[in-house]
Design a protein around this ligand. Sequence first.
Ligand SMILES: [Zn+2]
Length: 162
Amino acid sequence: MKMNIKKGDNVLVIAGKDKGKQGKVMETSPKTGKVTIENVNVVTKHKKPRSQQDKGGIIKKVAPIDASNAMVVCPNCGKATRVSHKEVDGKKVRICKKCGASLDKEHVKTVKKEAKKAEKTAKKAENAEKIQKNDAKVETEATQEKAVKSAPKKSKTTEQGK
Ligand SMILES: [Zn+2]
C-alpha cells in the first residue's frame, strides 16, 4: 500500500477518537496501511497473569491507526497537508501541497551523507592508486637493483674467464 506518511513525521489525526491530536509517527506498516503515532490511540490492555513471574495487570499500549486517518503536518508552514511528489536528483521527495516545501528533511541529510560517502570512496580509490603506484615503483627499483647486481657479476666472470 502506498503511504504518504513516514516514520518521524509529525502528523495530525483527522478521524477517530483521537481526532485533532498531533504526534510523531513511531512506526509505519505499508502492508496494512497503518501508522503508529506517539500518544495516539492508546489502548489499555488487561493482561491476565500467565505465570508466577508474569503478574499481568493493565498495560497501556499505542495501537496503530489507519494511515488515511492522519495527515502529515508540514514542518515548514505547520499546516496539515496533502502530499505531492517530486523527483529531485533521481529521488522521490514529498512536497507540501500548501507551501511547496519538502517534507523530507531526511532527503537533505541523505544527500549530504551520499556526498560524504562519494568523497570517501574517491579518497579510497586515490589511496589505492597511490599504493599501486608505490608498489610499481618498488618493483621497478627492485628489478633495477637486480639488474645492477647481476651486471657486474657477469663482467667479473667474463674477466676471470679471460
Ligand atoms: Zn507547508
